[in-house]
Write a protein that binds this ligand. Structure first.
Ligand SMILES: C[S@@+](CC[C@H](N)C(=O)[O-])C[C@H]1O[C@@H](n2cnc3c(N)ncnc32)[C@H](O)[C@@H]1O
Length: 193
């Protein structure tokens, strides 16, 4: 079976070209993007969150799945990367680009809740409790890049394994690991208690 996506977001080609010009290699893979689109579509009218915008590849896939009345907040600390995403996607009224460091941004969000999160930077994986605090019961949690990447050392593998152990031990989550694309976890936030 060829599981590569048949359809790509309209902005994908432009983002790829800008990535090549910038030498940015951090965009999510297309298979991950297709899954993000599917999961985003589960939250009509929802509030969605992406932690680590990069140049907007994941943002474009998430927007492609969202209903017309859903809202996406995406956060990136690098203004040059965020500007690429914003250039190509800001005409979509459903997305709100935030240029900030998650160290600063996350503690300011107390009281805000989301129905979906794409956890796509290391810091957000390390601050599990803070991220979970932003999610409503029934929310979808997705993280990628769990397969060792370029430049990973033994300490990165240890950090990844600790992260996965934290997710597995969290009674509020129902996680599934996917040994697919860049290595993913998809979890549901417990909606029963
Ligand atoms: C893997 S890339 C994101 C790719 C993007 N989500 C996509 O799917 O194409 C991770 C991004 O997180 C950003 N990042 C890393 N640490 C951050 C922090 N503390 N606050 C905000 N952004 C951060 C990096 O600058 C980088 O652009």
């Amino acid at each position: 079976m060829d599981d590569s996506p048949l359809h790509h977001p309209a902005a994908a080609a432009g983002i790829r070209a800008r990535n090549t010009a910038l030498g940015f290699h951090g965009s999510c893979q297309d298979r991950t993007g297709a899954l993000l689109r599917t999961l985003a579509a589960l939250k009509p009218g929802g509030r969605l969150l992406e932690l680590g915008t990069g140049t907007g590849a994941g943002t474009a896939w998430i927007l492609d799945g969202m209903s017309s009345d859903a809202h996406l907040v995406t956060v990136e600390r690098d203004p040059e990367l965020a500007a690429v995403a914003s250039d190509l996607l800001r005409s979509d009224h459903r997305v709100e680009f935030t240029v900030d460091d998650l160290h600063e941004w996350m503690p300011q969000q107390r009281g805000q809740t989301f129905d979906f999160v794409f956890v796509d930077c290391r810091l957000a994986k390390q601050h599990h409790e803070t991220v979970l605090g932003l999610l409503r019961p029934g929310a979808v949690y997705v993280a990628d890049d769990l397969h060792p990447g370029t430049g990973w050392g033994p300490q990165d593998v240890v950090a990844r394994d600790e992260y996965l152990a934290t997710l597995a031990a969290d009674p509020r989550l129902r996680p599934t690991l996917l040994d697919w694309s860049s290595g993913l976890v998809v979890a549901a936030v417990d909606g029963h208690g």
